[in-house]
Design a protein around this ligand. Structure first.
Ligand code: C5P
Length: 222
């Protein structure tokens, strides 16, 4: 696959979940393993790109050849890291499962159980990393992911338009696909087209995704 499709290009990839701390021992997270994003980073390296990998809390080693890895925990940290890394980058592939909300306040000490009473947490909205990049006058070619449990095509195409992305990779979560699984299946959408990438291992799927991104990227810059 060492095809040079992205030779000379700087690609930023985000991967994994975010953890939003409640107190020093508890957090709100999600089931993203980071495997898809790490496979995408590896496929970009194989395509000849210089790759910056922004990783949420995952226990994965960086693929060989990744130029720079930035480890983050929260959505706010990922937002700052991606914005910094994306300045001047050619492509940003957002494979991270970013938490939409965070506890409004992080308790400085472990919260104590109050027996017999409910605990109410107020959640504040996190910044949307992709949307804030697409709002910049100059930004990289933007690729988002949409993991959905139902109405995949509708939600994905809506995200493509709403977040002003160049491409979105949609996958159905569940039935042995998506989070915490080896296999995945994707449908890619862009303005005026789509492509099905049928069920395959995440490494193979990532290579097909990256080939398609490279093709659309060249088309966009032509
Ligand atoms: O969470 P959602 O399904 O809207 O995610 C769609 C895309 O938007 C993903 O690529 C995700 O990485 C990105 N996203 C983001 N910032 C957020 C939430 C999601 O960049 N706060």
């Amino acid at each position: 696959f060492g095809n040079g499709l992205l030779a000379g290009r700087h690609v930023v990839v985000s991967a994994g979940p975010t953890y939003e701390d409640i107190d020093p021992v508890r957090f709100i997270g999600n089931r993203s393993s980071g495997k898809m994003g790490f496979a995408v980073a590896e496929a970009c390296v194989l395509a000849g790109a210089r790759v910056t990998l922004v990783a949420g809390p995952v226990s994965l080693t960086s693929p060989a050849g990744v130029a720079r890895r930035i480890d983050v925990r929260s959505a706010a940290q990922m937002h700052a890291a991606v914005l910094e890394a994306s300045a001047g980058a050619d492509i940003y592939i957002a494979a991270a499962a970013v938490g939409d909300y965070r506890p409004e306040q992080v308790a400085p000490c472990k919260l104590k159980k109050q027996a017999g009473a409910d605990l109410v947490l107020t959640l504040a909205e996190n910044p949307d990393i992709l949307a804030s990049l697409s709002a910049l006058p100059e930004h990289p070619f933007l690729v988002g992911f949409a993991a959905e449990t139902h109405d995949v095509a509708t939600y994905a195409q809506d995200k493509l338009r709403r977040k002003k992305l160049d491409m979105i990779a949609a996958n159905q979560v569940g039935e042995g696909l998506g989070f915490e699984t080896a296999d995945n299946a994707l449908t890619l959408y862009w303005n005026g087209g789509s492509r099905e990438l049928p069920r395959a291992g995440k490494a193979e799927l990532a290579r097909e995704l990256v080939a398609c991104v490279a093709e659309r990227f060249r088309g966009a810059r032509a």
